[in-house]
Design a protein around this ligand. Structure first.
Ligand code: PEP
Ligand code: MG
Length: 792
């Protein structure tokens, strides 16, 4: 009993079970300090006041009856929330500290400074609401925090203000709505040594991917200065993502994503010590807040913390600008993805979207059409039209009541861990954050469609588009002998497929990743001096700013883009096909015109294998190879299989394999497998010779049908004749499967046919195909058809 009567407890003695004494936030800080320090988790030292101290304060000042009187008056509608809140807060602020509590706080405060010989050590003072049975009785950011509090008088004052903040208007109304009795909730104040993040950086991180719930990726947001801007969404932070399973191997750098945020402002300590925002310098905006070592170190800490708590976690971190040390300053359970129904997978598609109005970071994967309601400040929230799309600069807890009534949320500022993003996710609403200027571009009562369905980039388009929703039940999916895999092209949406029971990726078309993530022709990066278009050169310079070299930009962007596809189903195989643009498509890449011939028939032209050993593309192919080597060796994705498209002869195959070996990608070495596309009749006719050179075939019915029937695959006129089930095409498929199997080679299928018509799977199963790869929308249907065909 004596233990629970304590007024102040040092964090070193607090455990996670002490929620009733010090609240969820402080209990978890204490738990980390007392148990995770040996594992390398650094949490700034400090102490917490207890719920008993709070109650003693109220009793000492005879406040209970007075407070109850005002709150009852509010409950019966005699006074407004505004005046009830103010009266209760005034009562608390007007109280005196009981001597024993003040002594206990100040003695711990002095001890905190003694460890480093500092007097008046700067501290962060935070509120942690406590309720007997609740891990956390507060909604994101409900009570006050005071940073850089210096000196004894200031500390006691800040503690008192924290007490009063248990009765902010929004905290009162939150408890009323949730049905918590006010007098059952107490407040514990956490006092921690201040991390000098004002001259360093800070941010938020989650031990899972917040959008897809993918459990193997850590998401980190980072900005310069103190962390409040990231939490509130006042700044557009850097975003990093790390693949957790490889963190135990110190040789690997599994960073799936590094996105530079605008970071226009940073919070520092003003002259009087109180935090204030100042603009960042140009150099700060262009620079990542964290280096690779720091990103990996934080991700490792996230994994350790998650492991310790046995559940996905939501954390805040800070880097001391003086020492460079990284600290964890808060950790609590992630509440959104962990509560979602895992049994179904919902996907959204916008039909015939209108003109693109703006883009930002998507939150969730839903889409919705609705009417815009622009609200500039919290004072105007009465103007919000229920059910409309809330468009605003940024949000804080005062906005929650209208966020609950919105169809979607669009903000100018903030990252994926901002208040707006967190609340939207909690409410299950699509949101697009950090759009830059949504409040200017959109106008009230405008009809728009808000879509987060396309991956990491959220898009607002004109008009009310129709939205197609498909829901897949993921329980009771059959186990099939034939492997069913995915064709994926969009790295930014790849993680969302982790719940599908896929056997890997049968086709990742590199050219799509080049188009979306790189945008520049690889030869233009290898030989910028040969780019004649000044506008293209300028754009290339802009895109590659901050990179050590132009080629490095290509290798970095491509390997990271592909890594997301390689990660979501690791360790299942992911077949990455080397670039297969046609010359007209290559020419459309930035700087591409100077490197591509003009062809009458690009479909039958300088494409696929023929390019890779040619002097006209060799240096570009070298960069593609470097990206694959980095992906496999440095990042750790040894599940990546290479595939060569449009390989016309076995002699061509030999040349390409030789060039790959020059770049350290030797078939068979370090488990590297290399496949060849079967999409030219020659691949079928000389199957045995191709089988000697490759580990497997993947049938591309799009080109194989085009070249077997002699029909341009893009011809509208001949579309009715373009049939993958034409007997001639089926003969090709049956033959190559037989011949390849005879030679001991594996055969998969990655053409569009079964994705368009899941019934097509029956031919392939009948011919004994090893795997079928389809687009995600038809995966479940194809799986079922494969099961039926296998049991026939
Ligand atoms: C094919 O030809 O069937 C194929 C999968 O490749 P692509 O569609 O990219 O040409
Ligand atoms: Mg093809």
């Amino acid at each position: 009993m004596a233990e629970t009567r304590k007024l102040v407890i040092n964090f070193a003695e607090v455990k996670r079970g002490d929620v009733g004494t010090v609240g969820g936030k402080n209990a978890s800080l204490g738990e980390m300090i007392s148990t995770l320090a040996p594992k390398g988790i650094l949490v700034p030292a400090g102490f917490a006041t207890t719920a008993d101290a709070f109650r003693a304060y109220l009793t000492h000042n005879n406040l209970n009856a007075e407070m109850a009187k005002h709150l009852d008056a509010l409950a019966t509608g005699k006074i407004t929330l505004n005046s009830a809140g103010e009266r209760v807060r005034d009562l608390i602020l007007g109280g005196d500290w009981p001597k024993d509590t003040a002594d206990a706080i100040l003695s711990e405060y002095r001890a905190l400074g003694d460890t480093t010989g500092e007097k008046n050590v700067p501290v962060a003072v935070r509120s942690s609401a406590t309720a007997e049975d609740l891990p956390d009785a507060s909604f994101a950011g409900q009570q006050e925090t005071f940073l850089n509090v210096i000196g004894e008088a200031a500390l006691l004052d800040a503690c008192k203000r924290c007490y009063a903040s248990l009765y902010t208007d929004r905290a009162i109304s939150y408890r009323t709505i949730q049905g918590f009795a006010h007098d059952q909730v107490a407040l514990s104040v956490g006092v921690q040594r201040m991390v000098r993040a004002d001259t360093g950086g800070s941010g938020v991180m989650f031990s899972i991917d917040t959008e897809s719930g993918f459990p193997d990726a850590v998401l980190i947001n980072a900005a310069w200065g103190l962390g409040e801007n990231v939490v509130q969404g006042a700044v557009d932070p850097d975003e990093y993502q790390v693949f957790k399973p490889f963190l135990k191997n110190p040789k690997l750098t599994p960073i799936l994503e590094k996105r530079l945020g605008a970071k226009e402002i940073k919070m520092i300590h003003g002259r009087d010590g109180t935090p204030r925002n100042v603009p960042t310098s140009k150099a700060e905006r262009k620079q990542f807040v964290l280096n690779d070592g720091e990103i990996l170190s934080l991700a490792r800490q996230a994994a350790i913390i998650e492991d310790h708590y046995g559940q996905p976690m939501d954390m805040e971190w800070a880097r001391d600008g003086v020492t460079g040390t990284l600290y964890i300053v808060q950790a609590r359970p992630e509440t959104v993805q962990s509560r979602l129904d895992m049994g179904t997978l919902k996907s959204y598609a916008v039909e015939n979207p209108g003109r693109e109005l703006l883009t930002g970071l998507s939150v969730g994967s839903a889409a919705v059409a609705g009417r815009v309601s622009i609200i500039e400040s919290a004072g105007d929230i009465d103007r919000f039209v229920d059910g409309s799309v809330l468009v605003t600069g940024t949000t804080d807890p005062d906005w929650v009541p209208i966020m609950k009534r919105a169809a979607a949320i669009v903000t100018d500022h903030g990252g994926r861990t901002s208040h707006a993003a967190i609340v939207s996710r909690e409410l299950g609403l699509p949101a697009i954050v950090g759009c830059g200027n949504a409040t200017h571009i959109l106008h009230d009562e405008q009809d728009v469609t808000v879509s987060c369905a396309g991956g990491e980039e959220g898009v607002v388009t004109e008009g009310l588009s129709e939205i197609k929703v498909t829901e897949e039940a993921l329980e009771k999916l059959p186990d099939t002998r034939t492997k069913v895999m995915l064709n994926l092209a969009n790295p930014s949406a790849a993680l969302r497929w982790w719940r599908l029971p896929v056997e890997g990726v049968g086709l990742a078309r590199m050219e799509f990743v080049v188009n979306g993530a790189v945008r520049v022709h690889p030869m233009a990066l290898a030989h910028l001096d040969r780019v004649t278009d000044p506008a293209a050169r300028e754009e290339i310079e802009k895109l590659t700013a901050g990179y050590d070299s132009k080629p490095e930009y290509f290798v970095d962007k491509l390997s990271r883009g592909l890594s997301r596809i390689a990660a979501f189903c690791y360790p299942k195989p992911v077949i990455v096909r080397m670039s297969d643009f046609k010359t007209n498509e290559y020419a459309d890449l930035l700087g591409g015109r100077d490197f591509e011939p003009k062809e009458e028939n690009p479909m039958l032209g300088f494409r696929g294998a023929s390019r890779y050993y040619s002097d006209n593309y060799r240096d570009g192919f070298a960069l593609e190879c470097q990206a694959i080597a980095r992906l496999r060796n440095q990042m750790g994705f040894d599940n990546v299989v290479m595939m060569i498209p449009f390989c016309r002869t076995p002699e061509e195959a030999d040349k390409v394999l030789a060039v790959m070996a020059e770049h350290g990608l030797k078939r068979g070495q370090d488990g590297l497998e290399v496949y060849v596309m079967c999409e030219i009749p020659a691949n079928v006719i000389r199957a045995a010779e191709f089988a000697e050179r490759f580990d497997g075939f993947s049938i591309g019915s799009n080109d194989l049908t085009q070249l077997t029937l002699g029909i341009d695959r893009d011809s509208d006129e001949l579309a009715p004749l373009f049939r993958e089930d034409d007997p001639a095409v089926l003969w090709m498929i049956e033959t190559v499967i037989r011949e390849a199997h005879k030679a001991g080679s594996k055969v998969g299928f990655c053409g569009q046919a079964p994705s368009n018509d899941p019934a097509y799977a029956k031919y392939l199963v009948e011919y004994g195909i090893d795997s079928i790869s389809v687009t995600p929308d038809s995966f479940v249907q194809v799986l079922r058809n494969v099961e039926t065909a296998e049991s026939d």
